[in-house]
Ligand binder design. Structure first.
Ligand code: ADP
Ligand code: ZN
Ligand code: ZN
Length: 727
């Protein structure tokens, strides 16, 4: 018998598969892992194609596979196809795509046995303890609260081993085998009329059968915060579970959206699994294998869950579909949202894209008739959406960045028993340390940027590369001691609020303040209980949390969001303002949102306030169309960086000479907006085309050979399809 040859994808940044000889006569089929010699190492690769007979006399010397690791394909055909598609579409080496799709334990050749999955849950005695334990037992209470919201694996609880074993001895909590838990703990509420008609639309759109090969369909579920989207996710998930199929729920960041996960857990009990990068390797591999075995009904996961090998997928839900975290910004630069849509199309399952502020791409697809649209316009608990107003701060004195009317409004809401949230998406005390005598600004030594002063830590920090230094006492240029922190970060807002509202509990929610696991949850708990009066938040508070008592939201510097460095800046501004505003007024009093601005006549701000997000999006989309920008054109961005100035640009110039095709416009190459970052010089080349096919064809023909250019040697480069940021 002739020897058999197979193509194997190896984990390396190479645009091709490698052929190996198959040892023996056992099975070696696509999706199986194999251990192969590669260069001087041995690596774990994945078989891509069915073996073929070796052609004799070609003179090719094949290396042999050292071991076939799986008795059956670990990657189902559907997943392998998806990986191939992603490699082609994102112009990325297949071996690295597979590395994204497989959890690291399996990628390294780990075993595929599914272990017993255990989790902890609260008992009736535990619920009584929770009701009676004094407030000072904070850690215990937090642990019991977490479990009261639904069972959790031990590793996801922020509690010491000693505390858990004590609580177990007291009979407050117990460990159980997840697969054996009964389903459906909490009953579903009766839907509002609006919810009912949206649900009918979702069901009709997606067909009662959702059988493989029949049910592909995308529906945008558009609804302001509190309008009941999540409840519809739960009901659609219940439909699909009842058919014996699985549900994937993608969320932007699991830590920032604990409420969604908890609601699924409460409704569906042990049927809900999680999948995210915060999990230990072993746990992640187990979650992957369970999904593959069809043992999990619902997976709530972040980006990489888009690649989970579901045995019988029946529905995909993308929550906050507009969120930028669905796009990976390094390695395989994929959009998990876009990827699951392709996947759903291949697998014939429906998709729900939920958001209060759908992305312009999604809105465009809806108006082009590719997606259906379901709308929820009212909040379930009949409270009016907040009144949003612009506060013109031109000429007004600002105290720590805040004007008198803003501070007065906070005072008024505090007196009425409401909480306030001040939003500023900038950490630290001040973004610039300025010499009052000569104008010098403390620069980052590694980047074309300035250092942010952090007073709490007493350091200067570069928010671009992470470089740190002490705070200088003298100007480096003129030796003057007159150094002034200029501008505001969250620390400074906190200072200002402490002066203005002594005796009130003020908490800052940003990544400097919240470093430890569990810290965010504790602060959120204190917010809900009313113990915190004023919150200062960055991006961290912009999404996913309900604060029933929040009646005022102040956006300290909305202008900052007006001037991002690319064409999506205004879209993001509209999403951010709408999302942050949505935190307010879920229950009770009429809530208020105040935007401080120096640009009260800015057309985008006006249109957002006067027409709401939908109208705002429509007018900006009309502009995009005129300018030929996405979603009316397709982009690819080639980025390059090198330690020597000019090397990246030279490489991109040579690349540009190869990247010529009818219907594809080249913009650049140019130095990146921040040319030097972390000590490296960066440049970029933008490709733009009205035809996705033309762009794809050109890239597929040229990208794999760009590394052969001599000028590529000192350069690190990458290609970003459908880039979100143009820098
Ligand atoms: P969204 O996901 O759009 O923010 P949710 O689904 O979270 O909205 O609904 C907002 C609040 O209203 C939640 O507390 C939810 O439990 C509750 N809720 C949703 N639908 C109903 C309903 N039909 N009846 C009663 N309460 C509901
Ligand atoms: Zn100076
Ligand atoms: Zn820097």
């Amino acid at each position: 018998m002739k020897a058999r040859i197979v193509a194997v994808a190896v984990p390396a940044p190479l645009y091709k598969a490698f052929d190996y000889r198959v040892p023996g006569e056992g099975p070696c089929t696509p999706g199986m892992r194999v251990r192969v010699p590669f260069g001087r190492r041995t690596v774990v690769g994945v078989v891509l194609e069915a073996p073929r007979a070796e052609v004799v006399g070609t003179g090719i010397q094949y290396k042999s596979i050292a071991a076939v690791l799986d008795a059956e394909p670990l990657l189902p055909t559907e997943l392998l196809d998806l990986c191939r598609w992603a490699a082609g579409y994102y112009q990325h080496p297949i071996g690295e795509v597979l590395a994204t799709a497989l959890p690291s334990a399996l990628r390294q050749g780990g075993a595929t046995r599914i272990g017993e999955e255990r989790a902890l849950r609260i008992t009736a005695a535990g619920r009584i303890a929770l009701a009676t334990l004094p407030a000072r037992n904070r850690a215990q209470r937090a642990m019991l609260e977490a479990l009261a919201a639904g069972p959790r694996p031990r590793s996801e609880l922020d509690a010491s081993a000693a505390m858990l074993s004590q609580a177990t001895k007291q009979g407050w909590i117990e460990s159980f085998v997840v697969d054996e838990t009964p389903v459906a703990a909490e009953p579903a509420p009766a839907l509002t009329a609006e919810q009912a008609s949206s649900l009918a639309l979702l069901r009709e759109a997606q067909g009662p059968s959702t059988g493989l090969g029949t049910g592909f369909d995308v529906t945008v579920l558009e609804g302001i915060t509190g309008s009941g989207k999540t409840e519809l996710y739960l009901q659609r998930a219940a439909d699909v579970l009842a058919l014996g199929r699985q549900v994937l729920v993608l969320v932007p960041e699991i830590g920032l959206t604990p409420q969604l996960t908890e609601r699924f857990a409460r409704r569906f009990g042990g049927k809900v699994a999680r999948y995210h990068s915060g999990m230990a390797d072993g746990e992640r591999a187990q979650a992957w294998l369970r999904a593959r075995a069809g043992r999990t009904g619902i997976v709530v996961g972040t980006r990489s869950a888009a690649f989970l090998p579901f045995a019988k997928l029946g529905l995909i839900i993308v929550d906050e579909e507009h969120d930028g975290s669905f796009k990976q910004q390094d390695g395989l630069r994929y959009s998990a949202r876009d990827l699951v849509i392709v996947r759903a199309q291949k697998a014939g399952v429906p998709v729900i894209l939920g958001s209060a502020t759908p992305s312009f791409e999604t809105l465009h697809n809806a108006s082009a008739g590719r997606y259906r649209r379901a709308r929820l316009t009212r909040r379930v608990h009949a409270v009016a959406p907040p009144a949003i107003r612009l506060l013109d701060v031109r000429g007004r004195p600002l105290d720590h960045g805040m004007s008198a009317p803003l501070l007065e409004a906070i005072g008024k809401h505090l007196d009425a028993g409401g909480q306030s949230l001040l939003f500023l998406n900038r950490r630290g005390y001040a973004p610039v340390l300025l010499c009052h005598d000569c104008g010098w600004q403390a620069p980052c030594k590694q980047c074309d940027s300035r250092m942010t002063m952090h007073r709490g830590r007493g350091r200067l920090v570069c928010h671009h590369c992470g470089a740190e230094s002490g705070v200088p006492v003298k100007c480096e240029s003129c030796q003057s001691r007159a150094l002034l922190p200029v501008g505001e970060g969250t620390e400074r807002i906190e200072d200002g609020l402490r002066d203005a509202f002594p005796g009130k509990r003020i908490e800052r929610f940003d990544s400097d303040r919240i470093r430890k696991r569990g810290e965010l949850e504790r602060l959120l708990e204190d917010t809900r209980s009313g113990a915190i009066h004023i919150l200062i938040g960055t991006q961290m508070l912009a999404k996913g949390h309900d604060f029933a008592g929040l009646s005022l939201v102040g956006i300290v510097d909305v202008d900052h969001a007006l001037y991002g460095s690319d064409f999506r800046a205004l879209e993001r501004m509209g999403q951010l303002v709408t999302q942050v505003a949505g935190r307010a007024g879920r229950v009770g009093q009429q809530a208020e949102v105040i935007l401080q601005t120096h640009e009260p006549h800015h057309p985008a701000l006006r249109s957002l306030l006067e027409k709401g997000y939908a109208g705002f999006a429509e007018s900006l989309l009309a502009q995009r169309k005129q300018l030929g920008l996405p979603p009316f054109a397709h982009l690819a961005l080639l980025r390059a960086e090198a330690t020597a100035r000019g090397a990246a640009l030279t490489f991109l110039q040579e690349a540009a000479a190869l990247l010529r095709a009818e219907g594809v416009a080249l913009l650049g190459p140019i130095p990146s907006p921040m040319e030097r970052l972390g000590g490296r010089y960066r440049a970029q080349l933008l490709l733009q085309s009205g035809s996705r096919a033309a762009l794809q064809k050109l890239l597929a023909a040229q990208v794999p050979s760009l590394d052969d250019l001599k000028s590529a040697r000192p350069v690190r480069w990458s290609v970003d399809i459908d880039p979100l940021d143009l820098f």
